[in-house]
Design a protein. Structure first.
Lengths: 357, 357, 357, 357
């Protein structure tokens, strides 16, 4: 009998359920008898022993369901070695739960932080398999993460909707897209939505260049301009600040987010009315796109095979169209950001989209 | 030969193009020869003589297209009698354009403010026909306005997306829905999205009642709560303020909108994390729903018939499933708000949704 | 303690779950203790005693879920008085189940046939409440049925998709829309999708007129034509046949449905290539539109109130924007068809859409 | 001055306009002066000299628009060397048009057949660039074709809709997905839609195995089964027939397509009611998904760069996430089919989906 544990950690996203379904269906068709325990609310459930035995039927009909049937929570990696408010050693607690339940493996779905803790558990001797979940697409070692394409669709829908209203009113519109550290989501949604200007964390902007791009459009007779702005977009000046200085500056800012600040700057520079739209957490929600459903079904099945092969300590990734086991030690702690000199950026610049640089 | 003018005024919305297509197709099939002049950017185009002759082919393929091919702008009714910065008498200017072009009728698409100006032009002797456009559904004398059902769909999509993420994280979420004066859009999107609490301008809320409703859910084992909050939601205390006092208070507020204020109050009262999502102008955009396309095709055809009948001075409305000509003088200046004692509010209360009252 | 039974009968559609949720939530907030029994697969469950006690939590999260959690089946009204293959008297069996369970009321969701059986049970002395479900919108006594607007959206999506491909290839396309007896769905989807020709059961077509309308478009430089054709569309000649003769003719036809026959006729008459698309049962599926969710929530709440008021024997309908109890005896057996002389048909003809008549 | 020609050939699909926009925007931002001629209705326009100079503004706002602004038609490769009904040598005619207009390059968007003709024109000395368009994803030398992901979404939507109705009625449903020669679209839509059985041209089925899979589900308490069946699905017996014999058999068949035949066989074998849905040409229509919009923007920009580099005779492909120029001579005439022994097929079998083999 094989007993596995499963948890979803960090910000939720689409297709978490689809991935878990893939794992469980992949195991259910093996000859081995399997028990799957679900830990509630991410690592929290593992630390505090909040879990339940999952029946196979719970994974039926969840392919298209957003969110996660296990719940999730953020448990920062850097606090994992810090005892909790009652002095509990979290890492030890997780190990105890693991051994108490006599688990053969832990399947962990999550992003970069989650991956680091998964790697830590691997170092501590647990059998772990990680599945790369995040709308940010910033996990090193896989071509794509699940949630990414689904989030692109929602952010693009928002830009599509703004397009018709922007064109009717000759205004400048900013759509703020999720992504504090990396700009993949903003880049793709910006291209797909036909944004005129795209501002990413990886390519600091010069507000003068942004204003020029807007005025260039006005002169060309285009009455409106749409900007796709990442939550982590940053000006060239701010990019020179230390992390600490930047944090301080942001905290003192009167604007709820960078988009509002950029809006004020554009208004000052061009005299045009600027409106800000913040789709926010909707980008994490809803039914996963067919792309993500296929991706997760494959990753889940491949994870099941890895479990049956007793091959642990890996992230199951998608590389050049094939699922692949990538050692956690080789990827944990690395971030995949947009390269300003990459082919895609050059292509997008060529069609006339400005990055404000 | 019949020459008509057409303009779209106020905040744009879905199905404006569909309605104009209905008018033009309805006229094109009559035996009369017709010329249609489009005024650009609402009353602005009529005031300053910015117009062009529209070809029939421009109305082909726009049934599904959001926005307005004529552009729009806000020209407040209360400033219509006030000369512009160059001393121009706007009403006289509009009349001059009308007579210079020898128009037989003006078809005016817009909301409450637009309707008031349309009525003013009628009083000044022009032949006008008004079509009730607004996502707010607050026009008196028609059962429904176009844009309303389309906006409900977008706001509901947002709540649907938030549902999966809220359920995964045990949080309180506020989705801010458009509507400063009336709550129709928030009410319908809130019901359709399965919101637990709905706050409307017409039903002032008591933050204690809101907090109670949230805690009631927590006690019932529901980890999350979703609020649909209208832009114009108002507390019982604020509802006692004069318009002037309220405006002053809002201007001094550190919150960008009422939702952020309510979020802070809930957080203080319940200790739960609250997240705010603001779909904003996306609610005005995108392709109209089939409902709005049918509505606008009918209103447009009925307006065409009214023109052919030389029956002017009316809004073409939808009443009990039939199009109807409603005299502008009987409706201009009236607002259709949600009645707190209406059947729908009672029904929604009965299924356990709280209005915080 | 109040014990009610509930069943969904006939072809399934969107928003059945939303309506049941409305009923149960509406009852749950009353002071009375309630038990709800669900009968599986429509009247079948009532006849053969296949039921289970439903928990309140089963109605949580189903607002947006298509289909019916109770299952459905077709049990023709005309066979209700005919014993089953084992000689069972179905009506007596239903009454026995009702009395055995000591039910206070039966809530029955279904279309025209379902309504007739509901009325029969009323005549037999049972307390029944009927909710008007059907994508056909053909129930007499209510302005709208649930499922109708959701089905319009799916059929319109199909026409929208066909539009781009038709325009690229200069072809004639037929989209076959559900509706054997009435054409409401075809009419609305046809208008919303911008169909050029709409063929309904209520308005027999002349294939020459259809061909003329296509050639008229070709002459006007429009390379393509889209027809929205109801499953029950009928030619003027066939309309003269007796029901029996028609049935015989259809059975002998080599075409799987009327659309293929019309396609062949158009091809013969105009020489143009014609393609047929049959969205079929997709029109009954998927998540209900916000319109249907609001409608069903209201109907459900109103049904709950009727139960609490002990006011039985009615359909809970939507009339002029208000929910209303309509006596079953006044509506059962009546069909609401499209009136060829109605305002909507005149309006649609005015904008140049042909009905082939 | 650089003068280029552009045409779209074969069955239309989503994102053709997006790709052309990418090419034109990519060229417009170069320092070179450019003229773009559009040939109407594919190679037909090139053969018969039906073209027009395109303005840059025609490419504005078409990113999201389905179909092709140039029109398309099927001109089979095998007939290219055969004179037309007036004895015209088509290849010579194309060359004459090319030289008469003094074109520097032809940008050709299309699938496998189109690519073969593009390669023929290259052999004849013309400068050509090919962009891989097809919902079938069967073009050798590129990881993905545009239209594919958009078509998956539409086919998956259909399966999603069928899911709710199938579950309500305990039926077997077949959704027929486009694809006569290859099964990529059916495979991906089948996985994404949660189909239980997937039948592809590349994996001949045994109807007994199909019936077993259905009965296996019935025994497991699942009342319904959904099959995703490619237009080109084939039984093991038929797979043994020669191409000629098969064609003959199909022509004599009383079923409009293979799905209806399979439905009859299942009904005979299991006694269960089977319903067939044929989304048909809707799969080619509608607005492209964000994925396809990004793909086409990149391919278009890369094609523009290839033109500026005067590097001709290639398909611009997407390989491992990067755009790449692939010599036409190395790919023309090759087909990319689903490999029955590939990783994806093994993964999908592992989660319990049957291919009927």
């Amino acid at each position: 009998m094989l007993r596995i544990g499963m948890l979803t950690s960090g910000g939720d996203c689409q297709a978490l359920n689809a991935a878990m379904r893939g794992v469980v269906k992949g195991l259910a068709n093996s000859k081995q008898e399997i028990e799957v325990y679900g830990f509630m609310n991410g690592y929290k459930g593992l630390i505090y022993g909040d879990y339940r035995l999952l029946s196979k039927s719970e994974f039926s009909g969840i392919l298209t369901k957003g969110g996660t049937i296990l719940g999730s929570s953020r448990q920062p990696f850097k606090l994992m070695r810090v005892p909790d408010e009652n002095g509990l050693d979290k890492v030890e607690a997780m190990k105890q739960t693991y051994y108490k339940l006599n688990l053969g493996c832990l399947v962990i779905l999550g992003g970069n932080g989650t991956q680091k803790t998964a790697n830590l558990l691997r170092e501590e001797g647990l059998n772990v398999i990680h599945l790369p979940k995040t709308i940010d697409n910033d996990i090193y070692g896989t071509d794509v993460t699940f949630g990414f394409q689904s989030a692109i669709n929602i952010a693009t829908d928002a830009i599509d909707c703004i397009h018709t209203t922007a064109a009717s009113h000759n205004r400048v519109f900013i759509v703020e897209v999720m992504g504090h550290k990396v700009g993949w989501l903003t880049l793709h949604a910006g291209i797909a939505g036909g944004a005129d200007i795209i501002l990413l964390p990886e390519i600091p902007y010069d507000i003068k260049k942004v204003a020029e791009a807007i005025e260039h459009r006005t002169q060309a007779g285009k009455g409106f301009t749409i900007l796709a702005v990442a939550e982590g977009a940053i000006s060239k000046e701010d990019a020179k600040l230390s992390k600490k200085e930047l944090k301080k500056k942001r905290e003192k800012s009167k604007y709820p987010s960078i988009s509002y600040e950029i809006a004020a700057e554009i208004q000052a520079a061009t005299g045009t009315e600027v409106r800000v739209t913040v789709p926010g957490h909707t980008q994490r929600g809803g039914s996963p796109t067919p792309y993500d459903r296929v991706l997760c079904t494959r990753l889940g099945a491949a994870a099941a095979q890895a479990i049956l092969d007793k091959d642990f300590g890996n992230m199951v990734a998608m590389v050049n169209g094939e699922t692949k086991r990538v050692p956690l030690e080789s990827v944990a702690g690395k971030l995949k950001a947009v390269d300003p000199d990459s082919q895609i950026i050059k292509e997008i610049k060529q069609i006339g989209i400005s990055f404000g640089d």
